[in-house]
Ligand binder design. Sequence first.
Ligand code: GUN
Length: 295
Amino acid sequence: MQILDGKLVSAAVKAQLADKVTELKALGEKVPHLAAILVGNNPASETYVASKVKSCAEIGFHSTLLRFDAKISEKHLLDNITLLNENADIDGILVQLPLPKHINEELVINTIDPSKDVDGFHPMNVGKMVAGLPTYIPATPYGIMLMLEHYNIPTKGKHAVVIGRSHIVGTPMSILLSRNANPGNCTVTLTHSQTANLKEICLQADIIVAAIGRPNFVTADMVKEGAVVIDVGINRIEDASKKSGFRLVGDVDYNAVAPKTSFITPVPGGVGPMTIAALLKNTYHASLGQKVNMN
Ligand code: GUN
């Protein structure tokens, strides 16, 4: 069993991007600039956004964090996105999800200029991804593809089972893994909370991507000997022994599952850092007016 070290791969991607920033500066060119919007104070969202902003600083990107109270009106939020769309210095815009219930998430995403949508959530970018055209690939699936590529994990002809059908992870992941590309070329089964015989389906998987958001959901009896297991879950569970009062666990019962696998991502330190690396890559491409071609 080998651990897929997201911290290590993410550090390599960040080092490459830091070199690009040095080159841009030497040429007197503009440095990539990411704008992040955080509404309210959801603790997980606070952590993710802080990590994104910190990572920008580490590699020399500019970042702007706009924070709004959870009671912000939808109009005020949309007006701020429009200002960022019109600001030529801003290359990438992300609105951290989830948003408070009174705000229409779809409207918010549709308001982001697709050329600055470094999360790849705008329907125009989703459409391009499905059509196999260059676009921004959502950061978590993109980060997982970068990780599979880094470790040269064979995917051609393999059976990948994706658990979870969210727009952010499961659905784009299923599309990317099924592409005629490398990584890609898998036979993909997209499963979810209503899937019958999930255990039997998972037992046929050469690659499992768990993105269902339930702690320790994937147990050892669901995993074939030698499978590759990618754990997207970042679940907070109470732990009185921790100063914070909680600890992070994935969607995979790591201790029981790991010995059966050929490769597995830990939580934390697996997919999480790769999501950030992929977002930074998208932001770099946005600053050059390029999109990622995954074909
Ligand atoms: N919430 C959970 N994951 C993400 C993500 O990748 N981007 C944004 N904007 N919000 C999220």
